[in-house]
Design a protein around this ligand. Structure first.
Ligand code: MIC
Ligand code: SF4
Length: 641
């Protein structure tokens, strides 16, 4: 049977299960990555497993999110991460070395390998032909310990690329067009596999921009073949021996095919407040821009920033527009500094930040009240920039540079000649900011500052419960709604009691207090509940506040897995019309939960306030049901010992 590329990589890593879409499968994981905002928890969980050294081929711990050190907390976390990595066989990418996904692509990514990362944009690695999947920190900790990663066998959708991008149209416009067509929940349960004659015209960083933002479609991952372009990139990174040719077999089957003719694409923009709210820039009325931000794991590669520098060279940015740039990695930053492009950026009026996530996660550079901010990032969720009433527009770096010059959202084709930027024959290779683990782990003392608080554990799931609905939310609730980020809250990522006070803060500031004053509760949600980031704090902190059940129309993949890992039962409404009958404050009662979960039966909830019964499905495998009944994955693992 001919296999597609996704099936080939899965088959080569299959530990258990059948490769039938919808079935639970388990995969062997070759590489892991963590970042600091999710990593502290992941390593506390890894320590709790008492395994001395990671069992993966390579595990890397990056510091890129919490780099604004306005108090001791982030620096304490960095020190914990550095020492815990050194002790347990993990490479440590120091703060300043760059954004995890960009650096991983440059220095570690390997075609055909599996990568599990505690960040939803881990699929960036699909640009180099890896099966790269985002997950909660606990799943990554288990993988570091040599455990398999469980997931639902996805459907594989083929995105068939033909033609070649026109000047001023870029990889970002490709993925924005896919988002326009499929929406933020169009990828749930799917892998997007790119193929066709158009593939060879895209460089690895361009492919990575496309797979990166597959996360916004909700898909399990996205993947490109590994070809001569991949070899050229790996050679320029000094790693030609990591290359492997990989593509789908001729005649391989897909669950659906999406045709995309690259030459027909035009510069696109995602308008506030959703990455799928996409149209052509030229179709929007004139829009004055207050801020432009260039960077993030989507668009901060060498070519991206070189093109921006070429556009801005010898010109000054608009007097009413602020421009801020964060290079994706030290490699990119240093190359721009050495070849003079950095001077062109500075001369134009750009404000240069360190190589990190920065404004993408609200770590500084919040725009002014009511601002229009044009960003090359991947998420434009309401409030994520740190300014509640700002509107974020997502574009390519070319369009962002055009906006910085004109002060208005501008189709970059209005600019002069398109600057051609070649990928260098050899990137600047210097791994001195990546620390190898200690050769003498016993001598390493793990440093734990006062911000590192022990992990709370969930209680086992009772057989029956009667709890109030503490919040009723709408469709497409993001993990940024559930557990906000930003410079004030992010430093509390390793302190669950403190961070839990901010759960649903922007949606309903009284939520945390209400939950603490109740002896448990239920959250009701609409479609695609928990989309966006992989942060398990969006499950851990509600668990700490006593949430036992989330009842929704549908869930995003990573968040649903995180809920199970932390002992919160995700239930899906069988009849969506029941959503309208439930209100905040209603008491929902469930009896016979153990039998329903272990025997794959629907769960009946009695709305005691309304006197109505509501049917819900749990769709849990027996393994997941057992994890939930034990009170989460850590309790389950302890019981199994
Ligand atoms: C994000 O882009 O939202 C983040 C911050 O990178 C998250 C991880 C986190 O919340 O720590 C993600 O995408 O998973
Ligand atoms: Fe960092 Fe933004 Fe990428 Fe998340 S999306 S990893 S915050 S750059």
């Amino acid at each position: 049977m001919p296999q597609n590329l996704t099936e080939k990589i899965i088959a080569a890593h299959l530990v258990s299960g059948e490769m039938k879409p919808g079935e639970e499968i388990a995969l062997r994981i070759d590489q892991t990555l963590t970042q600091d905002a999710t990593g502290t928890m992941a390593y506390l969980q890894f320590e709790a497993m008492q395994i001395p050294t990671v069992k993966t081929e390579i595990s890397v711990s990056y510091v890129d999110h919490n780099t604004l050190q306005t108090g001791f907390e982030n620096a304490d976390d960095h020190l914990f991460l550095q020492t815990v990595a050194s002790k347990h066989g993990i490479y440590f990418s120091r703060p300043g070395n760059g954004i995890c996904h960009q650096v991983h692509l440059e220095r570690f990514g390997k075609p055909g390998a599996t990568l599990l990362g505690s960040d939803s944009h881990t699929p960036t690695g699909g640009g180099i032909g890896m099966l790269a999947i985002g997950a909660g920190g606990l799943d990554v900790a288990v993988a570091m310990g040599g455990g398999a990663f469980f997931l639902t066998m996805p459907q594989v959708v083929n995105v068939h690329l033909t033609g070649k991008l026109q000047p001023w149209v870029s990889a970002k416009d490709v993925i924005l067009e896919v988002l326009r067509r499929l929406s933020v929940k169009g990828g749930v349960g799917k892998v997007l596999e790119y193929s066709g004659p158009g593939v060879s015209s895209l460089s690895v960083p361009e492919r990575a921009t496309i797979t990166n933002m597959g996360a916004e479609l909700g898909c399990t991952t996205s993947v490109f073949p590994s070809d001569a372009v991949t070899l050229a990139f790996l050679t320029a990174q000094g790693r030609p021996t990591d290359w492997l040719a990989l593509e789908a077999d001729p005649g391989a089957a897909y669950s659906a095919v999406l045709e995309l003719e690259l030459a027909t694409l035009e510069p696109m923009v995602a308008q506030p407040h959703s990455p799928d709210n996409v149209c052509r820039i030229k179709d929007l009325p004139s829009l004055k821009v207050d801020q432009v931000a260039i960077g993030s794991c989507t668009n901060s590669s060498y070519t991206d920033l070189m093109r921006v520098a070429a556009i801005l060279k010898g010109k000054a940015i608009n007097a009413n527009t602020s421009l801020v740039i964060s290079p994706g990695s030290k490699q990119v930053f240093e190359m721009l500094a050495r070849n003079g492009a950095l001077a062109d950026l500075i001369a134009s009026g750009a404000r240069i930040l360190e190589s990190a996530c920065g404004p993408c996660i609200g770590m500084g550079q919040s725009p002014c009240s009511g601002a229009v901010s044009v960003r090359t990032f991947n998420r434009n969720f309401e409030g994520r920039s740190g300014t509640a009433d700002a509107g974020i527009y997502l574009t390519s770096p070319e369009a962002a540079a055009a906006a910085a010059l004109t002060g208005y959202l501008t189709d970059p084709r209005a600019l002069a000649e398109f600057p051609l930027i070649e990928q260098p024959q050899l990137f600047l290779l210097d791994d001195s900011m990546i620390l190898a683990p200690s050769g003498d782990p016993d001598s390493v003392e793990v440093r734990r500052g006062p911000n590192i608080k022990p992990l709370p554990l969930a209680q086992p799931m009772p057989d029956s419960l009667a709890l109030p609905v503490l919040l009723k939310a709408g469709d497409n609730i993001t993990t940024d709604h559930i557990m906000p980020a930003g410079s004030k809250i992010l430093p509390l990522r390793s302190n669950i009691p403190a961070i839990s006070r901010y759960v649903f803060n922007a949606v309903d500031p009284a939520f945390a207090e209400r939950a603490l004053n109740s002896t448990g509760g239920i959250i009701v949600g609409g479609h695609n509940y928990g989309q966006g980031s992989s942060r398990e704090h969006a499950a851990l902190a509600p668990m700490y506040l006593g949430i036992k059940v989330v009842l929704a129309k549908s869930f995003a993949r990573i968040h649903r897995a995180n809920l199970i890992n932390f002992g919160i039962l995700p239930l899906t409404l069988v009849d969506e019309a029941d959503y309208a009958t439930i209100e905040q404050g209603d008491i929902l009662e469930v009896c016979g939960l153990i039998a329903a979960l272990t025997r794959d039966k629907p769960v009946a909830l009695l709305n005691k306030t309304k006197g109505q019964e509501v049917q819900a499905a749990h769709n849990l495998s027996l393994r997941q049901a057992t994890i939930l009944l034990a009170g989460g994955l850590l309790n389950y693992t302890k019981q199994a010992e």
